[in-house]
Ligand binder design. Structure first.
Ligand code: PLP
Length: 388
């Protein structure tokens, strides 16, 4: 068997490996507190589940249009209008099986040998993996702790070359929880006016999860960027629907058909009942989303001060998502060493910062999508381990 050469360059998401190791340890009878996993610990709200069941009972089990059912795309447009005050043409919305698929399509569309694509580091690992896979040069945007892990517009603009085709930004961010302030986004957009051929993929999958009075800034709100903004969002995190596989993007009008053509080649369409669930999510009550986000905020207020009390740890206040990303250099261990010790000796699953890029060395990602009780228990176990 001879596999294609470019597969040697395909990376992965090590959070899934940690998950598998944690599950194995649990099978062996060990108690594991999972602060490694990047998904809400809440159930999908009942009315959403019911909408999918009803769709199946009503006979919606065939193919749908490849870009998604019109009613769903219209609901996406209406929701974006309500949340961000923007007009979106439902024909620019392409519904896909999860946020990741938009990422894959966008990078495949612009990436090839000779092209450069910028991506956040530390950042979601699939960005770099797919950039490497398609043969483009991956240019990191170094997200720094002293900047609360927001990107620096000056750094991004300074790294643009004639080969730059796509810039990926993500706010609120995985793995850092960093939320880029509006002033920085304004600066980036202003600077990009000098580079009209550069496209931006704005990953806004955590847009509902901001804390401490922060407000989400969507790239869609900048009219002068609309013809080159790909805005990635989805249902996974907001509605606790990670396993349903449902996401969407708003594409520039000129390439929405190209994204749909990729969908036709790849998966035909998202399964029909899930799309009906997506409509119910957008149009139905949002009280459970509010409750979930409030719970994350309460946990954030527990975990951040607690992490700061662990000898060798220091943690900046994460503005969004459900991750804390403490600096652990004071422990004297590498990120990977500490991740392994926490899992095997303290029974706490976390993810090493290096799983999110080279600039993640010295950091560990904690997901606080877990109960306050478990978070407190995990912190005690970590303290005990480090006390030796
Ligand atoms: N973008 C970011 C920043 C994420 O953290 C994730 C999932 O963890 C995704 C996209 C992918 O979301 P989905 O599960 O909808 O594919």
């Amino acid at each position: 068997m001879k596999l294609a050469e470019n597969l040697n360059r395909l990376g992965t998401e090590t959070a899934f490996e940690v998950l598998a190791r944690a599950a194995q340890l649990e099978r062996e009878g060990k108690e594991i507190i999972n602060l490694g996993i990047g998904q809400p610990d809440f159930k999908t709200p009942e009315h959403i589940v019911e909408a999918a069941v009803k769709a199946l009972r009503d006979g919606h089990h065939g193919y749908t249009p490849a870009n998604g059912i019109l009613e769903l795309r219209e609901a996406v447009a209406a929701d974006l209008n309500k949340r961000h005050g923007v007009e979106v043409d439902p024909d620019c919305v392409v519904v896909v099986p999860g946020g990741k698929v938009t990422m894959f399509f966008a990078i495949m569309m612009f990436g090839e040998a000779g092209a450069e694509i910028m991506y956040p580091d530390p950042g979601f690992p699939i960005y770099k993996s797919v950039i490497d896979y398609c043969g483009a040069k991956a240019v990191p945007i170094h997200l720094k702790e002293e900047n609360e892990f927001a990107f620096s517009a000056d750094e991004v603009l300074g790294n643009i070359t004639p080969q730059t085709r796509l810039i990926i930004i993500n706010s609120p961010a995985n793995p850092t929880g960093g939320a880029t302030p509006k002033a920085e986004m304004d600066k980036l957009v202003e600077g990009l006016q000098a580079h009209p051929d550069v496209v931006v993929l704005s990953d806004e999958i955590y847009s509902h999860m901001l804390y401490g009075g922060r407000e989400h800034v969507s790239l869609l709100q900048y009219d002068n960027m609309r013809d080159r903004t790909i805005m990635l969002d989805g249902w996974s995190k907001t509605y606790a629907m990670t396993g349903w596989r449902l996401g969407f993007a708003v594409w520039p009008k000129s390439i929405a058909d190209t994204a749909t053509r990729l969908a036709i080649n790849c998966h035909s369409c998202v399964n029909a009942p899930t799309q009906f669930a997506g409509i119910a999510a957008l149009k139905g009550p949002h009280d459970q989303v509010t409750t979930m986000v409030q719970a994350f905020d309460e946990r954030r207020k527990v975990i951040v001060p607690a992490l700061n009390q662990i000898p060798g740890f220091s943690c900046v206040d994460p503005g969004g998502a459900f991750y804390a990303f403490p600096n652990i250099t004071g422990t004297g261990m590498s990120a990977r060493e500490l991740q392994d010790q926490l899992l095997t000796k303290a029974g706490v699953a976390t993810v090493a910062g290096t799983s999110f890029g080279d600039f993640g060395e010295g950091y560990i990602r904690f997901s606080y999508a877990n109960s306050v009780e478990n978070i407190e228990k995990a912190i005690d176990k970590i303290k005990e381990l480090l006390r030796g």
